[in-house]
Design a protein around this ligand. Structure first.
Ligand SMILES: [Zn+2]
Length: 388
């Protein structure tokens, strides 16, 4: 299976990157298709890093990213000697990391024709760091390829932006995500389609739903009864439920992620996860744990955010029905509730309920206690929709 098969629903981006790989070889027909510095942008869940590593694998593989050779397997494990993978979910790239990257970028590749450096969250580089990297990105060694990933071009310093060739990913189609879930996780087509729709084509979230029945149950619990709240008492109780669900969900998600990061850190240092940590590297793991602790404090808020995203999709379904848009609903399994909510409401009130979610998000960002922000939101729903 080719490494490109992993890049779901992005035919244009894949075509551009494949042309670049073809152009990267000596004596290529179209050398202009290749350049040394790239930026991959796209909405959350569109698969930016998947695309970046597919590109890296294809550049390093003797046969355009076959997906099965030792080189492709090493890229998948992030252990290829000519690949540097920088994932900074927890850490803002500091100046030390940046200098280390620049020094690696100047070395020649060991096995392949290129050395590839993937920076997964290039938007998290602070200005000082960016300037250190800038020179390296601006005048990369002929055999070094930089692949930066960020949500949008605007997230990078203009100086970097102007020096990279940019590729935009789009939100993949529900069908494409469903097909990937069937292929990667072996779930049946109906389950895959439902997960893809309910996660609104966010590949990572969709994968989480099909691999964690608990996560999926939490989503269902969060949405149960939201469209039918009739009293302030109901609203207050539901807000309490949401908070409990968000805590559970945040905790579960961060445990999964901590474990994954730990393994990735081992791999990126060339260590076996089962071996003891050499003394000189203990600092790296201490730093990782500290960052994970800091993030644990944010876990509940992340859980709240996921609930709000799901609730928004529910009201969007109501609105689409009211407008008779013919768009298929995100929450197909709740069609009866959605239909009766659409009958009881009208587009203006439904829009107001959708906008109230943005207001709640703003209040949360301004440090309003989640319990309060959620209660306000739900009490607002009762006021707006209880009297039909
Ligand atoms: Zn290969």
């Amino acid at each position: 299976m080719s490494v490109w098969d992993e890049v779901t629903g992005q035919p244009e981006a894949v075509a551009t990157l494949r042309r670049a790989v073809a152009g990267a070889h000596r004596g290529a027909v179209d050398p202009q298709a290749f350049t040394n510095s790239w930026l991959i942008t796209g909405p959350p869940g569109s698969g930016r890093s998947t695309a970046a590593y597919a590109f890296a694998a294809a550049l390093l593989c003797p046969v355009d990213g076959c997906g099965v050779c030792p080189s492709c397997q090493q890229v998948r494990a992030r252990s290829h000697p000519d690949l540097t993978a920088v994932a900074t979910e927890t850490v803002i790239i500091d100046i030390k990391t940046a200098r280390e990257l620049v020094s690696r970028a100047s070395r020649s590749p060991m096995n392949a024709d290129y050395r590839v450096i993937v920076v997964e969250d290039a938007d998290r580089m602070v200005e000082r760091t960016s300037n250190t990297l800038l020179k390296a990105i601006e005048e990369p060694a002929e055999t070094t390829v930089w692949v930066l990933c960020a949500p949008s071009e605007a997230d990078l310093l203009p100086t970097i932006r102007s020096r990279v060739r940019s590729i935009g990913l789009r939100t993949p189609e529900v069908e494409d995500v469903a097909e990937l879930l069937v292929r990667r996780h072996g779930v049946d087509a109906d389950t895959a389609r439902r997960a893809a729709a309910e996660s609104q084509s966010h590949v990572g979230m969709a994968a989480r739903l099909v691999t964690s029945p608990e996560a999926w149950r939490r989503r269902d619990r969060a949405l149960d009864g939201v469209l039918g709240l009739r009293t302030v008492g109901d609203a207050v109780r539901k807000a309490g439920d949401w908070l409990a669900i968000a805590e559970e969900d945040g905790k579960a998600a961060s445990e999964d992620r901590n474990e994954r990061e730990r393994e990735e850190t081992f791999r990126s240092l060339g260590l076996d996860p089962k071996q003891a940590i050499p003394r000189q590297l203990r600092g790296v793991f201490r730093e990782l744990e500290e960052n994970q602790k800091k993030r644990a404090k944010r876990a509940t808020l992340d859980g709240v955010d996921r609930i709000l995203t799901d609730v928004q999709s529910l009201w969007r379904d109501v609105l689409m029905l009211e407008l008779q848009s013919g768009v298929s609903p995100v929450n197909e399994s709740r069609l009866r509730d959605i239909e009766s909510a659409a009958r009881a409401s009208d587009p203006a009130r439904t829009m107001a309920s959708i906008e109230a979610i943005s207001v709640a998000r703003k209040r949360l960002a301004a440090n309003v206690p989640p319990a309060l922000a959620l209660e306000e939101l739900l009490v607002g729903y009762v006021g707006r929709h209880a009297q039909a």
